[in-house]
Design a protein around this ligand. Structure first.
Ligand code: ATP
Ligand code: MG
Length: 398
């Protein structure tokens, strides 16, 4: 048996402290102590409170003393400067408050080795899933948002980002009820200083665990070039297991570069003649351009109803290509999710459409759903990784 991991708490907020003690002391492999009980420890969980300057100074002193192996930070403040300072001092995990139990368990599990998860799925990083609508209003954003969140429910998937490429009319923030401060127009303007640290500071984290980069709502992003997007994706690939892109219907030079770089392109359609004609045109265009690779392009039929006038088989015949997936017609659930700013998983975890999109994510990536995982090393049913903890460790600060 390996020794217990000693966790020391330097947290003032009573409720937060009690929550931490409750979670950590329920784990066999961990022992929790208060700051005055031990001069050294494996993990120090420290709260950034009223005096961040002094607190970050203390962190630096502790780091150079070698008495603390790892520091996790928590703060009730949403001030981005705190996050940036956390990055600068090299802390590996940052928890916003109230602390999410799963996030904490995941971070602690990772500290102890996290071997189980690593063995369960092949190591894969930076796969781009690009979702294109063959027409407006057919559920492309619905599919993009919910595929992105579904990916985090698959084994071994730890980090997912979602980029909205619908210039001016991006709706991802609405779908997820978030108010992002930054968008990719902002990133494009600052492309010369784009590195992982800067990237992570401009992304918005949704409670599901995905990181979101919305599109500009003004004209500040119109000068974006394919080179800018390529650099952005390049850096994102190093940070995330999957990058999902809602490309909407755009087919400009930037979108074409994204197409070239995509590992999977999902052409979203419904079983209507105008839509299927557009799919055919897109397929022919891709063929002429020579990209993306034929097998990377997958047709999905949204709002599928088995009694539709055009059958799946007829559509396949007309398109000369197999349909990869169909998503059931469920207006009620999708519109409820949209209007509440929630994911399908949040409003209707057990609905057919929710499971269907999870299965599609699974088929697309070759990974099993997390619920089929065996027990985690804590002896708890492992649900780790559904919510990604901000990964700070690999970020370089200039
Ligand atoms: N599987 C589905 N079954 C029934 N209705 C759906 C389904 N998916 C999406 N919808 C509905 O379609 C409408 C449009 O959805 P969404 O905004 O996702 O489409 P879009 O293609 O991204 O639209 P836009 O072109 O405006 O960006 C919404 O009202 C949504 O509820
Ligand atoms: Mg949309």
């Amino acid at each position: 048996m390996t020794d217990k991991t000693v966790v020391v708490l330097n947290v003032k907020a009573q409720k937060v402290k009690e929550g931490l003690i409750d979670i950590i002391s329920s784990l066999e492999d961990f022992r929790v102590l208060h700051a005055d009980e031990s001069p050294s420890c494996d993990i120090l969980i420290m709260e950034i409170g009223d005096d961040p300057k002094k607190e970050f100074q203390l962190i630096q002193e502790l780091q150079s003393s070698g008495r603390v192996n790892e520091i996790f930070l928590t703060s009730s403040s949403t001030d981005p400067n705190i996050l940036i300072q956390a990055l600068r001092c090299g802390t590996k995990e940052f928890f916003s408050q109230p602390i999410n139990r799963e996030e904490l368990l995941q971070a602690l599990s990772k500290f102890r080795g996290g071997k189980e998860r690593a063995e369960e799925a092949p190591e894969e990083k930076g796969k781009i899933i690009n979702i294109i609508g063959s027409k407006g209003g057919i559920g492309t954003t619905t599919v993009a948002v919910n595929v992105a969140t579904s990916l985090l429910e698959l084994q071994g998937v730890r980090s997912v980002a979602l980029i909205d490429m619908n210039l001016l009319f991006g709706e991802v923030p609405l779908f997820l009820d978030i108010e992002p401060v930054f968008n990719w127009g902002e990133v494009a303007k600052n492309i010369s200083r784009l590195d992982s640290t800067y990237l992570m500071s401009v992304l918005s984290k949704h409670p599901s665990g995905i990181y979101v980069l919305p599109s500009p709502t003004g004209l500040d992003g119109v000068n974006t070039t394919p080179e800018v997007i390529e650099k952005l994706l390049d850096i994102m690939k190093a940070e995330f297991d999957f990058i999902v892109i809602d490309s909407g219907q755009s087919l400009d030079t930037v979108s074409l570069r994204i197409l070239e770089l995509s590992d999977s392109v999902l052409l979203n359609s419904i079983l209507s003649l105008p839509c299927l004609i557009n799919v055919k045109r897109l397929l022919d265009t891709f063929h002429r351009l020579g990209f993306p690779n034929e097998e990377r392009v997958k047709i999905i039929i949204n709002r599928y109803h088995k009694n539709s006038v055009i059958s799946k088989e007829e559509a396949e015949k007309g398109l000369g290509k197999k349909i990869f997936w169909h998503v059931p017609n469920d207006f009620q659930t999708t519109i409820t999710a949209i209007n509440r700013g929630k994911t399908l998983s949040e409003v209707a975890h057990k609905a057919e459409i929710t499971g269907n999109l999870r299965e599609m994510a699974s088929k697309l990536t070759g990974r099993l759903e997390r619920k089929k995982e065996k027990k985690g090393f804590f002896g708890l049913r492992s649900n780790l990784g559904q919510v990604k903890v901000l990964k700070l460790k690999d970020l370089e600060v200039s």
